[in-house]
Design a protein around this ligand. Structure first.
Ligand SMILES: [Fe+2]
Length: 184
């Protein structure tokens, strides 16, 4: 496969120092790199900025730009709040629940835990710039991944026909939730 793993996904932040404090203290990430330029390296456009990276256990990063002279919003304000988000994987449901308690003890409002299709279970909260974050853990047996992969094109095909889930029972034999006839 060409793409080996996540290196980084980058977002705009309001304040780099506030962002460093949040990602290192609330989530325990490593503040792994900071770089800055007056001109965007790839385009040459004038935009004094700092680009900061926070590293996870596997070496992947979430990154931010503080670019105070650029117009526009910090995040997408047109779409509903829950759409654009970044999900960190943790090792167990216990860790998800413990993280929820610890984040709430720090005054951070947390939504969840939410079970998604018996695939993952997640909690949600916002960083200081308003970006939605997710802590998630895999909750299904590894044998289920093959079923998910085989189902994916079929799920997409039904979506392309209806653009809602009024005919969900065609896939799952049920109108409610994701209950499958042959869940295994
Ligand atoms: Fe997600």
């Amino acid at each position: 496969m060409l793409c080996k793993k996540l290196h980084h996904a980058a977002f705009r932040c309001k304040d780099a120092a506030e962002t460093v404090k949040f990602y290192t203290e609330a989530l325990g990430l490593k503040f792994s790199h900071a770089m800055g330029e007056d001109h965007v390296p790839s385009t040459g456009l004038y935009s004094p900025h700092i680009h900061i990276f926070f590293e996870m256990e596997d070496g992947s990063n979430i990154a931010f730009f503080e670019c105070p002279r650029d117009p526009g919003n910090i995040k997408d304000l047109e779409s509903p709040d829950w759409i654009q988000h970044f999900a960190f994987e943790v090792d167990s449901l216990d860790t998800v629940l413990k993280a929820k308690a610890e984040l709430e003890a720090k005054g951070i409002k947390v939504v969840g835990p939410t079970n998604h299709d018996d695939f993952i279970t997640s909690i949600y909260f916002f960083d200081p710039s308003g970006h939605r974050l997710e802590l998630t853990t895999r909750t299904c047996d590894a044998s289920r991944y093959q079923i998910f992969e085989e189902e994916a094109p079929v799920v997409l095909a039904l979506w392309n026909q209806t653009h809602d889930w009024s005919q969900r029972e065609k896939l799952y034999g049920s109108q409610t939730g994701y209950a499958r006839n042959n869940a295994g």
